[in-house]
Design a protein around this ligand. Structure first.
Ligand code: ATP
Length: 366
């Protein structure tokens, strides 16, 4: 496989001097689904707009399909972009909305017809080709917006929060449709979202950004299991990871939480925490790895603790328990369908799944 889109040390400094993107590096393979994720203002749209050519690149190189395109006009870049606010032409039918960009490029009408019919077929829009946008549902309109890009047959699809105007249920449906579309087209997608669920479900690799800096580039599974730093650990996954302040004891036996509760380290943790004996660290564990059942607790007697329960939510297949471990919050996701009414619960962590982070650098200790 060859890289389709390469960003090499790409920086963006806006004319007012604001440095929006720092040293962005990635090699995107053909057919990948890359999701740029991060909170508002982190630089993800700026990055996408640089790939599209809607923003200039202040320094670094952008290569699409083997060609350096820093100074190539957007229309000559083999890319197509779908925006959050897709404006369809209200007076045109679905067919003509999709055909329009090809018509103005003077593509042969027979070819235009073939491409529109193919896109309509892929997107399930064939029955609606003669309708005007106002006669369509939100999801159908979104598909027409996608159709307008598919007909252009680009090498790379750029999508900027294309689902954010849709309600939650429709977003779920469109997510599935996007995944199928990506498979059918076998094209490269670069997709911007601030929604980490979209990132986890759609991406072949996620890029998490913060304040203009790339924090981690990894597959969804890798990012979920092994977040690179505290920011990624808190951003990816719902509920967010639980974090605990404490100290590694001098003999590297335990993590001692500020509440005094001790957690026995695994052999692997003793190895990687070697230089942290006697030092403060942050321990982190996902809600999924907190257990309140006897079977787990009896196996983890040296790491059990008490949860002061604030409240529980029954979500259907599981319960979410919100409470406190000492003075720090805990959320536990417990696959027990019984109603939980206790004020105090004995619990344990799966210590194999626990991570430790450096207090100063915020990086995962590995
Ligand atoms: P959102 O999810 O809110 O769209 P984002 O991660 O996509 O956020 P960008 O739109 O890339 O963020 O903006 C990154 C930063 O650059 C922001 O702090 C923004 O205010 C700033 N910015 C964007 N456009 C300009 C501009 N034309 N001039 C100066 N600063 C800008």
């Amino acid at each position: 496989m060859s890289a389709d889109v390469i960003l090499k040390d790409v920086n963006k400094v806006y004319p007012n001097g604001f440095h929006a993107v720092y040293d962005f590096n990635i090699e995107i393979e053909k057919g990948e689904f890359i999701v740029l994720a991060g909170p508002s203002g982190c630089g993800k749209s700026t990055t996408l707009r640089m790939i599209a050519g809607l923003e200039g690149i202040s320094s670094g190189d952008l290569i699409i399909n083997g060609k350096k395109v820093n100074d190539v006009a957007p229309k000559d870049r083999d890319i197509a972009m779908v925006f959050q606010n897709y404006a369809l032409y209200a007076h045109m039918t679905v067919y003509h909305n999709m055909a329009f960009s090809l018509t103005i490029r003077k593509v042969d009408p027979v070819e235009i017809h073939a491409r529109v019919m193919r896109a309509a077929n892929i997107l399930g829009l064939t029955p609606y080709l003669n309708r005007k946008p106002k006669q369509l549902s939100g999801g159908q309109r979104q598909r027409v917006a996608l159709g307008r890009t598919i007909v252009r047959d680009p090498v790379v699809f750029l999508l900027d929060e294309p689902l954010s105007n849709l309600d939650a249920k429709l977003r779920g449906t469109m997510r599935k449709e996007l995944m199928q579309l990506h498979e059918r087209l076998n094209a490269t997608f670069v997709y911007v979202t601030h929604d980490q669920i979209e990132a986890l479900t759609l991406a072949s690799r996620i890029v998490v950004m913060k304040d203009g800096y790339v924090q981690q580039i990894a597959t969804p599974k890798e990012m979920f299991d092994n977040p690179e730093n505290l920011f990624v650990a808190g951003f990816i996954g719902t509920p967010p990871m639980n974090f605990y302040n404490g100290v590694i004891d001098k003999n590297l036996e335990y993590f001692e939480h500020i509440s005094g509760t001790k957690f026995k380290l695994t052999d692997h943790q003793r190895e990687i925490l070697g230089s942290y004996a006697g030092q403060n660290v942050i321990m982190a564990v996902r809600a999924e790895y907190v257990y309140i059942d006897d079977a787990h607790i009896s196996k983890n007697l040296e790491s059990k603790f008490e949860i002061d329960v604030d409240f529980t939510e029954f979500i259907g297949a599981y319960n979410l328990i919100y409470g406190n471990l000492g003075d720090e919050k805990i959320i536990a996701k417990v696959y027990d369908r019984n109603e939980i009414t206790d004020n105090k619960l004995v619990a344990c962590f799966d210590m194999e799944k626990v991570h430790f982070f450096d207090v100063e650098t915020t990086k995962r200790i590995r």
